[in-house]
Design a protein around this ligand. Structure first.
Ligand SMILES: [Zn+2]
Length: 264
């Protein structure tokens, strides 16, 4: 996804962050006092891209670039991947899984140090990266339909459609469960792989909606796209906030379950 920056529309990111904190209330006492902050700041990593040129690749991984992935034996170790493909290629193809792992480590440390500012920064960052990974087009080479004559599908799906149907998405979401994650990198690669597998459905839906509606800018196009993708989009949102809640919970447990009233 070189050089381009696409968020879930801000609304999507904020919904995921908000619902994850909601889910964590049962596990982590007093976290709700930061629910609004984390929700609002879940879009910060996108705004950082302008000042920090290293930020962009942290938001995606074009994982189907790697033949190891296509053969079902993806190399998760970044150094090993770099030794095969070079640093510049691995960066160009995106660093999302390792940026997420790094954020998890930073969050664990911040919890241990009871450093409120850092806890909030890394929790918000985590919200963003987990959200991005659940948008299938953040996990593929054909991230904007550029290879299938569907340019612009990325924004049509994640911004225009999601923004229009955000209330239905929000209502449809049910909490699953927060669970401790034993192998974070493997867990992250798993949800990225799941996300990648859904991209074909989105491309097919875009083609269908465009041909039926006769335009990609109409309400009818968005309605048809929504009808064709609402189930998998709902699933991705559910998965995103469960994954997010589970990773935050994992950092907190690994830090010794500090009380939020001591974090300041
Ligand atoms: Zn992003």
């Amino acid at each position: 996804m070189t050089g381009l920056s696409f968020p879930w529309g801000d609304k999507g990111h904020k919904l995921i962050a908000n619902k994850a904190v909601e889910l964590l209330k049962e596990k982590i006492k007093n976290i709700e006092q930061y629910q609004d902050y984390i929700t609002e700041h879940s879009v910060d990593p996108d705004t950082r891209k302008d000042q920090d040129k290293t930020e962009g690749p942290k938001h995606y991984i074009d994982i189907d670039f790697y033949k190891e992935f296509l053969e079902g034996r993806m190399i998760q170790d970044k150094d090993q991947l770099i030794s095969l493909y070079s640093d510049s290629v691995v960066t160009k193809m995106g660093l999302l899984p390792w940026a997420t792992l790094e954020t998890l480590k930073n969050l664990t440390k911040a919890f241990k140090e009871k450093n409120r500012d850092k806890v909030l920064i890394y929790t918000s960052d985590m919200a963003h990266y987990v959200g991005d990974a659940h948008q299938p087009m953040h996990t593929i080479l054909n991230y904007d339909g550029q290879f299938t004559n569907q340019k612009g599908v990325h924004a049509r799906y994640e911004i225009y459609m999601v923004n229009k149907y955000i209330d239905e998405l929000s209502d449809g979401i049910k909490g699953l469960e927060v669970a401790y994650v034993k192998e974070p990198l493997d867990y992250i690669f798993n949800y990225i792989s799941d996300s990648n597998s859904l991209s074909e459905v989105l491309f097919a839906a875009d083609k269908f909606a465009a041909s039926k509606a006769g335009s990609m800018e109409s309400d009818e196009y968005l309605r048809l796209l929504w009808f064709k993708t609402k189930y998998i989009t709902g699933i991705q949102f559910e998965e995103a906030y469960n994954s997010l809640a589970s990773l935050i919970y994992t950092a907190w447990v690994d830090a010794g379950e500090p009380s939020f009233s001591e974090i300041n």
